[in-house]
Design a protein around this ligand. Structure first.
Ligand SMILES: [Zn+2]
Length: 293
């Protein structure tokens, strides 16, 4: 099932029928805002309409024709992102998305889109992704522009919106064009790469709030990293309210360190601070053997 953690606060999850009430409420609250660019808002008058939509999306998923996922922010349903079908002959798809009014301006859609793009290229093996946005919908256009899509042209009278036709810009992204830096330039490798799912890792131990995995560019023959899934900058910025998390983290470190010690006869546990700390997200190295560089 498609799901993706975007950051500490946000994730994508395949829409299910049990989400119908929340999705309808979200639509209802943002009705005026959404209807400016979405053609289905006026036809979504009660929960049963939303339920029928979700049932349709599950059929779509069952038919291997793409999916629709809820965008969840701090436990609240914030919007929807998904694929308008998949053209398997040409390995292409179109991404569609919307957010409730109160969830705008948090960068949610950019990271949601990024996760769906990764999924399309890496998991589904697609070649081309398209995003269409009305020529006057600047907010929607900002997403593909930020994500490196090329503006390829304009489709005239592309969509009927209640009382008028709108033209669409077509944005395209082709797999090879996508920039994939060797070592990502980021201040926070763990939030930006590991927890976002952008960099795939081999997990060693995972609990609700803690992840331990094999280092992607190891410095020691045995090199495991343990991190909290929530953003904490470093060991010395841990708050009193993080005590349960710290215990959970230490529990995972203990479990991993026991295993490493048992298998290798020795183990070191390291956390770096200040200038020694490369990535500004609390992490512990659980290592064994002589440093390799
Ligand atoms: Zn972080």
């Amino acid at each position: 099932m498609f799901s993706s953690i975007l950051n500490n606060d946000a994730e994508l999850r395949l829409l299910e029928v049990r989400h119908a009430e929340r999705l309808f409420q979200l639509t209802d609250r943002s009705r005026n805002y959404l209807r400016e660019w979405l053609p289905w808002v006026d036809f979504t008058k009660e929960v049963s309409h939303t339920k029928a939509f979700i049932e349709g999306t599950l059929k779509q998923f069952g038919n291997n024709n793409g999916f629709q996922a809820g965008i969840w922010y701090k436990g609240e349903l914030a919007g929807v992102i998904g694929l308008h079908g998949i053209n398997w002959a040409n390995k292409s798809t179109t991404i569609g998305y919307w957010l409730g009014e109160e969830f705008q301006g948090k960068g949610l859609m950019t990271s949601a889109c990024q996760a769906v793009i990764n999924y399309c290229f890496q998991e589904l093996g697609l070649k081309r992704i398209e995003i269409r946005a009305a020529t006057e919908n600047y907010k929607s256009q900002a997403i593909p522009e930020r994500l490196g899509f090329q503006k390829e042209g304009c489709v005239r009278s592309s969509e009927f919106l209640y009382d008028r036709y709108v033209d669409h810009y077509v944005y395209g992204l082709v797999k090879e064009e996508r920039s994939q830096p060797e070592a990502p330039h980021t201040e926070d490798f763990y939030c930006d790469e590991v927890l976002s799912g952008k960099t795939q890792v081999t997990k060693v131990v995972e609990t609700e709030n803690v992840l331990a995995y094999y280092h992607t560019r190891p410095f020691w023959p045995v090199h495991i990293v343990a991190i909290p899934k929530k953003h904490i900058s470093s060991f010395i910025t841990l708050n009193d309210t993080d005590q349960d998390l710290l215990l959970e983290l230490l529990g995972v470190i203990k479990e991993v360190a026991s295993k490493v010690t048992e298998e290798n006869g020795a183990c070191r546990i390291i956390t770096n601070l200040g200038d020694y700390q490369d990535s500004k997200h609390l992490h512990w190295h659980i290592v064994s053997g002589e440093p390799m560089r």
